[in-house]
Each structure stands twice: as C-alpha cells, then as structure tokens.
Design a protein around this ligand. Structure first.
Ligand code: PGA
Length: 236
C-alpha cells in the first residue's frame, strides 16, 4: 500500500519561527505530501488562520472541569484543530503520563473526530538492556490500534540530541511496530520517525519502506531546514 508521507513540525515550548504565518510559509500544505504543525496552545488560532494543518501538542481527555492549566481535546476541536499529539516522551517524562493516560487521550480524540498522533519509543537505558522492542510493545498494547491513528516512533535517546537512529535501525523498529498492528490497519497506519531528523538524513530515513514521515522538533524551528525536508519528502 502507498501511504502518503506526513511531515509534522513539533514546535514544543517555542515561539513560532519567523514567517511561519506569512505568505510563503513552508508550514502550509504542500503538494503530494501531508504537512502538519503542533504549535503551543497560544498560537493555535494564528496557525489555523494561516491555513496550516494544525494540532495541539497535548489535550486532556475530559471535555472540561477542574484541571488547572490544561486544555481539553474538545477545546482543540472547537477552535478548529484536526490533530492532537498524544504521549510525547517529554509529556510522559515531565508530566507523568502513563500508557493508560495516553490511550485515553487517543480514544477521546477519536471519539471527537480528531486524529491522534501517538508517540512511543524507548530510552537509551532500555535499548542497552535489550528492552527496546518490549518497551514499544507495551506502549502499543494500550492503544486503539484498530482505529485511524498515526504512530510516531521516537527513540528518546535520539530526541534533540543530534544522535539520529540509523535508517536501518529505524526501519527495523518500524517494521517491528507494523508487525504488531492488527491485520485490518497494518498497511494503513502511518508510522513516523522522530529524533533529530534534519535535511542531511531525511531522505535516507524517508526512503525506508516502513517510515511514513517524520515528527520533527529542532529542525522544524528553522524554516529553511523544514522547507528542505518537506521538499525532499515530496520528491520521493
Ligand atoms: P527533535 O525532536 O527533532 O528535536 O529530535 C523530535 C520530537 O521530539 O518530536
């Protein structure tokens, strides 16, 4: 099956890059591939108004209530977001999100008609202990795998470190993840790679059979680099 590549920008807790919402922005939809941006909550509206396909970096599964500091997935939907990032490793580590929390977020998104992009991936310690596969297996087991979701495999040791996974290692993990998906969704679900993807390594990663796009942090904050990755993806 031919899966359309998806290039997603995760701006994390950073201001939008210069020119992101202006004419000529590299973050708007691009021919032949899907482009998606996760800005901070403060910039969701501007991003949507600029014609960017936009998602929240997190959303609470409850629609409203006593959750100080949170924003609900229902509110993301209300403002016009189509996607939500679930279970990024920085949320799992910094906010104690468990596999069950992430699953609830993904299910709430699906119930509301939003598309969840769900992050999984092992730490360096888990990889060294030979537990990379069992870790992602456990993370996956909690998820609604029969549904229309996107998975982002992000080895934690590769995030923001410059230590990208080799294309071979990434492909092995992606193929393993795909093998765990149910028959009906195995060929449909996109599996993105995340972890120091940049113009220099994007092509060799994106050429791999089971890598269906990228979730890009650092390089997504540099419009030129992001534009290069988008153009590489659309040329494949
Ligand atoms: P990075 O971040 O590209 O800076 O490694 C990826 C991510 O955390 O989604």
């Amino acid at each position: 099956m031919n899966r359309t590549l998806l290039i997603a920008a995760n701006w994390k807790m950073n201001s939008p890059p210069e020119g992101a919402f202006s004419k000529g922005s590299p973050y708007v939809p691009y021919e032949g591939i899907d482009v998606l941006v996760f800005p901070t909550f403060l910039y969701l509206k501007q991003s949507l108004d600029a014609g960017i396909c936009t998602g929240g970096q997190y959303g609470h599964p409850d629609s409203h209530g006593a959750h100080t500091g949170d924003i609900s997935i229902a509110m993301l939907k209300e403002i016009g977001c189509t996607h939500v990032l679930c279970g990024h490793s920085e949320r799992r580590q910094g906010h104690g999100e468990t596999n069950e929390d992430v699953s609830r977020q993904a299910q709430a998104a699906l119930d509301l008609g939003l598309h969840p992009v769900i992050c999984i991936g092992e730490t360096a310690k888990q990889r060294e202990a030979g537990e990379a596969e069992s870790t992602v297996h456990t993370q996956l087991s909690a998820l609604p795998l029969h549904s229309d979701i996107t998975i982002a495999y992000e080895p934690i040791w590769a995030i923001g470190t410059g230590n990208t996974a080799t294309p071979e290692l990434a492909q092995t993990m992606h193929a393993f993840i795909r093998s765990l998906l149910p028959d009906q969704s195995r060929e449909k679900i996109r599996i993105l790679y995340g972890g120091s993807m940049k113009p220099e390594n994007a092509e060799e990663l994106l050429l791999k059979e089971d890598i269906d796009g990228g979730l890009i942090g650092g390089a997504s904050l540099k419009p030129d680099e992001f534009a290069t990755i988008v153009s590489i993806a659309s040329s494949l």
